[in-house]
Design a protein around this ligand. Structure first.
Ligand code: PLP
Length: 368
């Protein structure tokens, strides 16, 4: 069995250090918002080129809190993609704002800046680019549109720890950026966790306040806040893993290079932005025979998955009530054709060959 991702392998590779870090938090007696979280906030912010980091309960809550820190809520529109984890859109609605969904660039699966521009109404307050699969959106054009129209930019970096665009890290472009530490992400905890990063001291204080009941001073809420805290155990684990992030991402890129070579004549391999550095959270290929290929791989014990089979605007909870100006042609076509092949730093090169062989075999069987 070759899984699509393997968070346990990342634990096994550092078991002693992680066990030690967990034991030391347990013995230390401070379990919520202590030294581990504080230190991780500093270390992680510096890796993504930001001054401030605010640890929160999850990536979804990072987006929710970031929006509220900007004062975005009821009656405000936030422009994002439909081709994303449902979390992105769920967080916008949790903040009370109205998601406006636009189509993607077909080669890169990220927000189409021209379509963003056309979707802006007088109620638009923010654009929320999702750096999907480990590759950033077209941040140059998106920042230009946002500047021209006076919109905030909040980056969804849940799949893009360590990615960059024009040599600047994902997470350092917008007013705020939101990361997830879900176990399968490029930097994963062994539970839920997330982080907001920013260079804006005022926004950072607002996020800090909102993650803990709106407290400026303990037990005195100055804003309506939440309970969304990163815990000390997860922070300690993440501090063990953070120094390995760059090497893990490099390893993902090497595995992607290998897949590219082996698969070039069988399926459409992922296209990389010339101006960016892709960190391959997922390795996503494209074929008209997606379902057949997926079933073939499953029969051989290869865990290929679809990210995501149903765009947000077609899901039962959202269908018919979310504005999609400009249509969703590319999003809907992608959802029919994409397939994520196994990709994680500990994946053996010989298994990349096994997967590629299986993909090729299916191509030959379907005779195209
Ligand atoms: C994982 C993910 C999220 C949500 O993160 P959680 O920590 O699971 O809440 C948001 N957006 C994208 C694109 C994701 O992949």
């Amino acid at each position: 069995m070759i899984p699509c991702s393997d968070p346990h392998a990342s634990y096994a590779a550092r078991r002693d250090a992680i066990d030690g870090a967990v034991a030391s938090v347990l013995a230390g007696g401070r379990y919520i918002l202590g030294k581990e979280v504080e230190t991780l906030e500093r270390e992680f912010a510096s890796v993504v080129g930001c001054r401030y980091g605010i640890g929160v309960g999850s990536g979804t809550e990072a987006i929710h809190i970031a929006l509220r820190a900007c004062g975005i809520g009821s009656g405000d529109e936030v422009i994002t993609a439909s081709h994303t984890a449902v979390a992105t859109v769920a967080a916008i609605e949790a903040a009370g704002a109205t998601p406006v969904l636009v189509d993607i660039e077909p080669d890169y699966y990220t927000l189409d800046p021209d379509k963003v521009k056309k979707a802006i109404t007088g109620r638009a307050k923010a654009v929320l680019p999702v750096h999907l699969y480990g590759q950033t959106a077209e941040m140059g054009a998106i920042m230009d549109v946002a500047r021209e129209k006076g919109l905030r930019v909040i980056e969804d970096c849940a799949q893009a720890h360590g990615a960059s665009y024009r040599n600047r890290p994902a997470g350092s472009w917008g007013n705020l950026a939101c990361f997830s530490f879900y176990p399968t992400k490029n930097l994963g905890a062994y539970g839920d966790g997330g982080m907001i990063t920013t260079n804006d001291g005022e926004l950072a204080s607002q996020c800090r306040l909102l993650r803990e009941y709106g407290w400026e001073e303990r037990y005195v809420s100055s804003r309506r806040g939440y309970n969304s805290r990163l815990d000390e155990i997860q922070a300690a684990i993440l501090r063990v893993k953070l120094p390995g992030l760059a090497a893990d991402n490099l390893r993902r890129r090497r595995l992607a290079d290998r897949y590219d070579l082996l698969l070039a004549s069988s399926v459409r391999t992922p296209k990389r932005r010339p101006e960016g550095a892709h960190v391959f959270h997922l390795y996503v290929v494209r074929t008209a025979h997606r379902n057949g290929l997926r079933d073939h791989l499953h029969r051989l014990g290869i865990g290929a998955l679809v990210h995501y089979p149903l765009p947000v605007h077609l899901q039962p909870a959202y269908r018919g009530r979310i504005d999609c100006p400009g249509g969703m042609e590319e999003t809907e076509r992608a959802a029919r054709e994409i397939l994520s092949l196994p990709m994680y730093p500990e994946l053996a090169v010989e298994n990349v060959h096994r997967v590629a062989e299986a993909v090729k075999e299916y191509g030959e069987a379907t005779n195209d």
